[in-house]
Design a protein around this ligand. Structure first.
Ligand code: NAI
Length: 441
């Protein structure tokens, strides 16, 4: 079996971690049992570019249980749990290409090896796998990383075309990936249908908000061990992730400041009780900053210049481009690693700024990512959407689709059942009333 991981001897520790996570993933567990019985993914080849965590391992087991041939590569160079990767290879016989801390070249080489699997279904978290596949198919050599380019140039043009033609459909896990894929659709280059798992209500209402909220605080605290209470905590971007993060920071006693570009989101933040101001102003008042916007250079060179002595800066958005780290380098006179995930930048005049986890999503870089219970719903979506693609993918167009509403609602229902929570049912009279227009005051 072809794989590339840190150390296969870590498998035992990985198994414990995966089993612990599975206890909080009853919905995915139920799907796995059904998959093992019905084998709906027989003949499906899945290349999944996801964070290699204990929760992803449970997804991979469910997919394999359903009959799919699965390979995994990392969707971020810093998010891999090496013991989990070892467990998947050693005990589940699932090929994994991922090593925590891999450089950009190895990261893309791993994507290339996952593509070499010849997927009929792709899974992405940020669209790096699908975009690489499209760059190959469209002959956009310049955009490809050298590792993938070298491999792709060695393939015949028929083989390259076949790689894309073979794909029945793909799934996308995160906001940034969906934005990239919608841009591919708008530009007329998308070569197969994608289902935006991120956009399912049973995904982003919970994963982006409560998952990112809790795990980002966890990441910042593990990296720094600083007291949150009494600090000024700046959240850049008040979308689903930002709302969760602001809520949790306030819950720990921080004075939360929100920065936004969308007037509606800014208003929402104000009415939720936060201070809102431009980043140029927030830069001078914050003790801790965290970007969750999916945008580029949200904290720029001039903002770093304005920061207070000892300011802590992190990102929990998908890519580290949210922080202008190159700009920060330009004004840095010396730097050094002062804790495992903390890099100190000394600016002219001696002021110090601390960047966490190289600006990569801090909840995965220095903590363990989202709690399993919330990933239960996200990955139940992934599993059921993979099944949907296997059954219906050939009927879809080359577009980005929402998760079918029946799947979305079924997952919420299963989660409630697993939590032992019962809710009311509409009576016939209520159904009639809600569907009618005749009845007024
Ligand atoms: P969203 O679209 O709901 O929210 C983003 C918000 O940022 C929007 O309200 C937008 O107006 C705002 N924004 C954009 N540019 C800005 C700027 N220059 N300054 C201030 N605000 C700005 O997106 P969501 O779902 O909250 O995701 C945000 C990012 O987090 C994405 O990159 C997503 O892929 C990533 N993500 C990370 C997770 C993690 O585990 N760390 C989990 C889920 C999503």
């Amino acid at each position: 079996m072809d794989y590339d991981i840190k150390d296969i001897d870590m498998a035992g520790k990985g198994r414990l971690r995966v089993e612990w996570a599975s206890q909080s993933m009853p919905v995915l567990g139920g799907i796995r049992e059904r998959f093992e019985r019905d084998r709906p993914l027989e003949g499906v080849r899945i290349s999944a570019c996801l964070h290699i965590t204990a929760e992803t391992a449970n997804l991979a087991r469910a997919l394999k249980g359903g009959g799919a041939e699965v390979v995994l590569c990392a969707s971020n160079p810093l998010s891999t749990q090496d013991d989990v990767a070892a467990y998947l290879v050693a005990e589940e016989e699932i090929p994994v290409f991922a090593i925590k801390g891999e450089n950009s070249q190895t990261y893309y080489e791993h994507i290339q090896r996952a593509l070499n699997h010849g997927p009929t279904v792709t899974m992405d978290d940020g669209a790096d796998l699908v975009s690489s596949l499209h760059f190959i198919a469209l002959g956009k050599w310049k955009e490809l990383s050298p590792a993938v380019r070298k491999w792709a140039e060695g393939l015949t043009s028929t083989a390259r075309e076949e790689m894309v033609r073979r794909v029945v459909g793909g799934t996308e896990e995160t906001t940034t990936g969906v934005i990239r894929l919608r841009s591919m659709e708008a530009g007329g280059v998308l070569q197969f249908p994608i289902i935006a798992v991120n956009d399912a209500d049973s995904k982003h209402f919970f994963d982006n908000r409560y998952g990112t909220g809790q795990s980002t605080m966890d990441g910042i605290i593990r990296a720094t061990n600083r007291l949150i209470a009494g600090s000024v905590f700046v959240v850049c971007g008040y979308g689903w992730c930002g709302k969760g993060l602001a809520m949790r920071a306030r819950g720990m006693g921080a004075h939360v400041v929100v920065t936004e570009v969308d007037p509606l989101k800014a208003l929402e933040a104000i009415m939720d009780g936060y201070r809102v101001m431009p980043i140029s102003e927030a830069a001078g008042v914050g003790d801790i900053f965290c970007t969750v916007s999916g945008d580029v250079k949200v904290i720029g060179k001039d903002h770093f210049r304005k920061m207070k002595e000892g300011a802590i800066v992190a990102n929990s958005g998908h890519f580290n481009v949210e922080l202008d780290l190159e700009g920060l380098e330009e004004i840095t006179v010396s730097k050094g690693q002062v804790r495992e995930h903390v890099e100190e930048h000394v600016l002219k005049g001696g002021r110090r700024i601390y960047v966490l986890g190289q600006g990569r999503l801090i909840n995965l870089a220095s903590a363990e990512g989202h709690p399993s219970s919330v990933m239960d719903m996200s990955f139940a979506n992934q599993a059921l959407v993979a099944e949907y693609l296997a059954l219906r993918g050939h009927t879809l167009e080359k577009r980005v689709y929402r998760v079918p509403v029946e799947i979305d609602r079924a997952i919420a229902k299963m989660k409630l059942e697993a939590m032992g929570v019962r809710i009311d049912q509409l009576t016939e009279e209520q159904q009639r009333y809600l569907a009618s227009w005749e009845q007024g005051t």
